[in-house]
Design a protein around this ligand. Structure first.
Ligand SMILES: [Fe+2]
Length: 301
């Protein structure tokens, strides 16, 4: 399918868009329903690409089998079901001492494999339609060791599967400046469009289509959705490049480093227990779900 190239005028400044961050997206009609590559009307810079992707049946089977983790989102008062995949960086605050594969790779290897395979398919689509964006992404991704990338020719390190999530306005604050790719599978759900207010774009996000856009830069959010048939779903899969991954050593070094840090923590804990020290909690670093797709917690009101 040939995508139509459109000149998109900017309708909100970056600062104006920032004031929306953390707020719910109002219901609104779709404005982008066909294969489109949008370029800024003034600068010619690419803004987003909305394209069909072949072979959605395999992706649908894989994501419907996701072992979801439910989280409660205070901003919307709604339950959110999601799962991260790919690689996760070190995060000392949650005692995740080393860069690692996400738990989904062990828990649901078949689903995980399909998600990783789709990275190649999406990368190919982006390279074909917007080679300059793909090249810029590759330059950024060079800051990450190859073993922490989902595919050798794609810039993404990680992703998240979101089920029927009305995400408030945000920027993807934990990402390298690399465009995200977001295929959607859906049945029997109305709404759930992606709004990019700076360009007044309300993208339909139809079944089997993918949106490519700079989520690290452009404010975006998901319009409310409503299930129209029993068992309806709207599942988005977002591929992104986490900036934390550029600080990861090789997997072998990470494993050794993680073991050393864990052993030291366990020795410290034992020493504190022996002293009768309280006021610290055990926690499982892998039990900390990452909500949304790189939404910094501080952005929520
Ligand atoms: Fe996002």
């Amino acid at each position: 399918m040939t995508a139509e190239v459109i000149a998109a005028p900017r309708v909100l400044s970056r600062a104006e868009a920032s004031t929306l961050v953390g707020f719910r997206v109002e219901p609104q009609p779709v404005t982008v329903t066909t294969a489109t590559i949008a370029r800024d009307a003034a600068t010619g810079d690419p803004v987003y690409a909305y394209l069909p992707v072949d072979g959605v049946a395999g992706l649908r089977r894989a994501v419907l089998a996701t072992p979801w983790q439910e989280t409660f989102r205070a901003t919307s008062g709604k339950r959110n079901a999601s799962r991260v995949f790919g690689y996760s960086p070190r995060k000392v605050a949650t005692r995740r001492e080393s860069c690692n594969r996400t738990a989904l790779a062990r828990e649901a290897p078949d689903t995980h494999r399909v998600l990783v395979d789709w990275s190649a398919r999406l990368g190919e689509t982006l390279r074909a339609e917007l080679p300059e964006v793909a090249a810029d992404g590759e330059t950024q991704a060079q800051r990450v060791l190859p073993e922490w990338r989902l595919g050798e020719a794609e810039p993404w390190t990680s992703g998240v599967v979101n089920r029927t999530s009305e995400l408030p306005y945000h920027r993807d604050g934990f990402n390298l400046p690399v465009w995200s790719a977001m295929p959607v599978v859906r049945r029997g759900v109305a709404g759930g469009y992606l709004h990019i207010p700076e360009y007044g774009a309300v993208v339909e996000c139809r079944d089997g289509w993918a949106l490519f856009f700079p989520g690290y830069d452009l404010v975006h959010g998901v319009t409310p959705m409503r299930t129209t048939t029993d068992g309806g779903y709207r599942i988005s899969v977002v591929y992104y490049a986490l900036s934390g991954m550029k600080d990861c050593f090789t997997a072998a070094v990470e494993t050794a480093h993680g073991q050393a840090t864990r052993s030291k923590r366990e020795r410290d804990m034992a020493a504190r227990l022996a002293r009768g020290d309280r006021g610290f909690k055990r926690s499982d670093p892998n039990s900390q779900p990452v909500v949304g797709h790189g939404i910094p917690k501080k952005s929520a009101p």
